[in-house]
Design a protein around this ligand. Sequence first.
Ligand code: NAD
Length: 446
Amino acid sequence: MADRYLRFTRTAPGRFLTRRLGLPQPVALHRWSAERPTLGGPLLHLTAGRSTLDLPPVLARTGLAAGAERPAAIVLDATGVRDVDALAEVHAALHPVVRSVAESGRVVVLGSPPDPTDHHHAAVQQALEGFTRSLGKEMGRGRTVTLVRLADAESAESAESTLRFLLSPKSAYVSGQVVEVGSGDVVAPEDWARPLAGRIALVTGAARGIGEAVARTLARDGAHVVCLDVPAAEADARRVAESIGGTALTLDVTADDAGARIADALPEGLDVLVHNAGITRDRTLANMTAERWGSVLDVNLASVLRTTDVLLARGVLRGHGSPEEGRGGGGRIVVTSSIAGIAGNVGQTNYAASKAGVIGLVRALAPRAQAEHGVTVNAVAPGFIETRMTAAVPLFVREAGRRMNSLGQGGLPVDVAETVAWLSGPGSGTVNGQVVRICGQSLLGA
Ligand SMILES: NC(=O)c1ccc[n+]([C@@H]2O[C@H](COP(=O)([O-])OP(=O)(O)OC[C@H]3O[C@@H](n4cnc5c(N)ncnc54)[C@H](O)[C@@H]3O)[C@@H](O)[C@H]2O)c1
């Protein structure tokens, strides 16, 4: 599972040799820790076009001091870019400073949703997407670039949780992504360090891998976490649950009564539901038995549909969705997709079908679940993450998966977990129906 190449490039002879041979030079990403919770360096706020956005108060709360000297982060407000001339201001603003961004730093471009009734506006705002994705591929040295489209052109409050995430080490492996933030009031958590305090979360497949990391991260953020896994993984599920003060729940999510049993185990209701359990049974379609097809579709898609329906219908997911309370206080569903579900992959027609299926689920259910239940529904789509699932991949494919992205390395389970935690937070009520890739800007897929 260990990335030996990454370790080798961090030694002096490794650095020398890989440089001489022109091989990738991945850097050790700065990830969140209690000792280094912020990006550290200054934040540079730039503007292109005529913006009406009141950004400084929110940026001031990210914990980064304003400054231009070797910035750890640049936020470019391009929400007011309406024509090609203003687009030139994007170039003018970033061209002189882009080289100075610190290692593992961030560039966050703020845009507006392309206006479907104004093709000039739509053109230049869409232009920012190509710009962002290209800059992400150019930056190197662990630096990431994201585009955040803000529906509210005046207030940045609705994007605070998103900006806090992107401008922190928690988003180390998220790059080249576009995130839309809706308008509306959000409920800021009382304590941003423990935004899930007093909340109950359930994570499926929590005995190991990404699910274990999600359970640990949600617990760090204050949640009581119910760690669900199959009976055969009971010992591991208990070990994880006990170490984070949570509860273990053993059942197979494909069982007919899985939704009902989850509901019965949660008499106080549920705030955050994370569908993470997943399996692969790879074969090319010509070699794939109906059993391989069926088991993957059942675990990865059908069970997600069934349990979500039961938990919403029985009111187990707590919406807190009254307008007086604001949208941010609502329930959260996060579904685990995969870049295979976006780009497709040889030998994974079953897996990719299931992972594309959950994206369809998210897009269709998100607006309705929010309107009817006060619950947001989003997807995370991991790329190559170092787990037992990817350790089983043949060596050559594994090496390609690790290197074929803008950061030149695989992600860690915690990278997915931090993204889930952001989407699960009470302050993320304006983030709905999104599919966020955690892939280091993989070369596969859009
Ligand atoms: N590892 C990656 O690179 C990667 C990439 C993209 C997507 N994903 C997705 O992330 C999720 C987690 O992946 P991982 O690498 O941690 O996998 P993993 O195999 O290490 O862990 C999956 C967990 O789900 C549990 N599980 C499987 N079937 C279950 C069932 N029927 N009921 C209850 N629990 C069940 C397993 O027991 C296991 O504990 C999966 O949905 C996977 O498809 C992983």
